[in-house]
Design a protein around this ligand. Structure first.
Ligand SMILES: Nc1ncnc2c1ncn2[C@@H]1O[C@H](COP(=O)(O)OP(=O)(O)OP(=O)(O)O)[C@@H](O)[C@H]1O
Ligand SMILES: [Mg+2]
Length: 264
């Protein structure tokens, strides 16, 4: 009697495990096909201010960001690149329209919910770097890892590897005011990529770099896409960055003019 109950329990348990395995496999194989876009904006408008002084920074933008690709947003100063990047990264909310991350509408979520999604899945490189002035380069990177929930035992290696990736190992213990603009920018890049986020959002990440270093960083981004499967959205004025892009979208006065694929 006991053996019968025991063997039927084992059978059910095994069936449950097999079903679970099939589910996991299905999600793994077809999940990417079903959810091909990591990020998407539909009919997005963003108006700053009110009345006569209102600025219509985005005027009905639709964009789809494919997984595992490097998308560049280009356009003249004031065309709306940073505004769009901030919306796709959940840093800001649209005045109208919808913003999705991994198929989930994030435009109307609370600040707290958006912060949680950002910390878990995204890395940011801001136009103004956003480094903590009292922390060294290594501490700035480590702080980013702490926020994204990376296990403590991985911090040391990840800090070393990411600073190495941007050629900043020798400045690991320098604070931002002891670094040049380009070094601060590379520190911000190291901090954003150390946690290996699903989506990296970079606002003019090569603006402070000379052409050789700009090229090096562009290739670092390319490698992150190809080797880590990272998705990257980047704004730029730098033509050398366009060479490593999969897709390029041009913005003008808050509109997207079109999307081209320079690699094909
Ligand atoms: N917080 C704000 N309040 C009012 N207007 C804003 C604000 N942020 C942006 N704008 C305006 O929205 C428009 C788009 O700005 P945005 O920063 O997106 O441009 P950009 O393409 O990133 O420019 P740049 O290449 O100079 O960084 C600009 O006209 C800008 O003045
Ligand atoms: Mg900008």
């Amino acid at each position: 009697m006991f053996i019968l109950i025991y063997s039927s329990f084992i059978k059910k348990w095994l069936m449950f495990r097999v079903l679970l395995l099939i589910l996991i496999l299905f999600r793994h194989v077809f999940g990417g096909v079903i959810l091909a876009f990591i990020s998407e904006a539909r009919a997005v408008e963003r108006v700053f201010g009110r009345g006569a002084t209102a600025v219509r920074a985005l005027q009905g933008v639709a964009i789809q960001v494919e997984k595992g690709r490097l998308l560049v947003l280009k356009g003249r100063s004031g065309s709306g690149k940073t505004t769009l990047l901030n919306l796709l990264g959940g840093l800001d909310r649209p005045t109208a329209g919808s913003v999705y991350f991994q198929g989930k509408e994030i435009g109307q979520l609370s600040d707290r919910e958006r912060t949680r999604i950002r910390q878990k899945n995204m890395g940011f490189i801001f136009q103004s770097f956003g480094l903590f002035p009292l922390m060294s380069a290594a501490e700035n990177v480590e702080f980013g890892l702490r926020l994204s929930g990376v296990p403590v035992m991985e911090w040391k290696d990840r800090v070393r590897d990411s600073l190495d990736l941007v050629g900043l190992s020798k400045r690991a213990h320098h604070r931002p005011f002891e670094m040049s603009g380009g070094e601060q920018q590379r520190c911000a890049i190291a901090r954003a990529v150390a946690g290996k986020p699903l989506l990296l959002l970079a606002d003019e990440p090569t603006a402070e770099l000379d052409s050789k270093m700009g090229m090096h960083i562009s290739h670092v981004f390319r490698r992150l896409v190809e080797e880590e499967g990272m998705s990257i959205i980047m704004t730029t004025h730098d033509p050398s960055v366009l060479e490593v892009a999969d897709d390029v979208c041009e913005l003008e006065d808050g509109f997207i003019l079109g999307k081209v694929h320079p690699q094909t």
